[in-house]
Write a new protein. Structure first.
Length: 411
């Protein structure tokens, strides 16, 4: 059945403006037309009148972790769950993410390889409810690096599924990239530096060489894939950009040279600048130790300063939250934080829609409200311009199917 959504306001993220009194026509999974409400409704359509609400494209999160124990300060807890437990728990994470307004995510890694590919496929075939997913399969990481479960005794040997992406050199990196893509991944996730969350690692320290990163980018390109890099430290960021990666994740210690390199190469920045606020309030209750908290405090201050400089310089900014480090479904809170550190409200929304879609290479199907694109739409109550309103998403449609409607019934 064809649908017609009427809204008081609509974000046109392509034009960078808010349109009033619009009708969006939907048939099947796709948008067929967008027109003024004065044009009226076609015959025979089901009307969903959203009242005094603002319609937006479905949000895109470039950096989630739907697999694994959410908001847990001890990664070693991962080995206390079975693969089946993690798979079943991920169903709830996916649902919470979709209902919060994120109709698409790029899920960037799991300690236990390939559960993310199974979740993606279960969503695609309709077995479970969740966002569209592009997945990384497993981290490609140094053998003792930020993508490993660290802090264990030296004589503890983890099963291969927890070490699947561990690499030692260039040839090893190529082989792992191939194996991960053959396993069903859509994107390669490199751990280029130490991590805040990995015990014993140093966020500013590089952990993969530029040659390894370049090999990963080249190998992925043979399969039509690209590379995202976890990189806190300055040297790790710059190596990754020179190697040709698609996006820098976190970017805490991004400097002027790195910004210039990103501008030159067209690299996207996906910076999780909100979740440290959650951590500051919940660290002890969630079990984050003092080492992690201290690393986070230092990295956060640097990250926010670097983010503001990157925005002012014109670096392409996507929306990446690192959901999973905090409870799933809260990531819309980051929109207001983007504005607090240099973005305009429409700029922040564009980052979380069209720019993130472009980063994924999916701009032909998602990211804006336009004919031919998937009918991935959300609505928030009240007037436009206040990104805090997105913490109260009341309507969610994915692919023409209404999965949440707390605004009004169809007439």
């Amino acid at each position: 059945m064809a649908l017609a959504l009427r809204c008081a306001r609509m974000f046109d993220v392509e034009a960078g403006e808010v349109l009033t009194d619009r009708i969006v026509l939907v048939e099947g999974e796709r948008i067929t037309a967008v027109r003024p409400a004065a044009a009226g409704f076609p015959e025979g359509v089901e009307v969903i009148d959203l009242g005094d609400a603002t319609l937006s494209p479905g949000l895109v999160d470039l950096h989630t972790h739907l697999i694994g124990i959410a908001a847990c300060g001890d990664p070693a807890q991962e080995i206390k769950q079975s693969a089946a437990q993690q798979a079943f728990e991920s169903i709830g994470h996916a649902r919470d993410t979709l209902l919060a307004g994120f109709t698409t995510v790029r899920d960037l890694g799991t300690y236990r390889a390939f559960i993310d590919t199974a979740l993606r496929d279960a969503i695609d075939n309709g077995t479970v409810i969740g966002p569209r997913m592009a997945v990384a399969g497993a981290y490609v990481t140094a053998s003792t690096g930020g993508g490993m479960i660290t802090g264990l005794a030296h004589d503890v040997q983890l099963p291969r599924e927890f070490r699947f992406g561990s690499v030692r050199g260039v040839d090893d990196t190529r082989e792992r990239v191939r194996e991960i893509l053959h396993g069903g991944a859509d994107v390669i996730k490199l751990i280029g530096t130490g991590a805040v969350m990995a015990a014993g690692t140093v966020p500013g320290a590089p952990e993969l060489t530029e040659a390894q990163m370049r090999a990963a980018v080249e190998e992925a390109s043979y399969y039509g894939a690209y590379v995202a890099v976890h990189a806190h430290g300055t040297e790790g960021i710059n190596r990754a950009v020179r190697a040709g990666v698609r996006s820098i994740e976190h970017g805490c210690y991004l400097d002027d040279e790195g910004i210039e390199l990103m501008l030159r190469h067209g690299t996207y920045l996906s910076a999780d600048i909100w979740w440290s606020d959650w951590l500051a309030e919940n660290a002890d209750a969630a079990g984050f130790d003092k080492e992690t908290q201290a690393k986070n405090d230092h990295a956060t201050e640097a990250q926010r300063e670097a983010f503001t400089k990157a925005v002012r310089a014109g670096v392409k900014i996507g929306f990446g939250s690192d959901a999973g480090a905090f409870p799933h479904g809260l990531q819309t809170r980051q929109l207001a934080t983007l504005c607090a550190y240099g973005m305009t409200p429409l700029g922040a929304l564009r980052a979380a829609t069209l720019t993130s879609a472009e980063c994924m290479g999916w701009e032909d199907r998602i990211g804006s409200i336009a004919p031919g694109k998937y009918a991935d739409l959300i609505a928030v109550p009240g007037t436009s311009g206040d990104m805090a309103a997105f913490t109260d998403v009341r309507f969610v449609m994915k692919g023409g199917q209404v999965v949440r409607n707390e605004l009004t019934a169809g007439r």
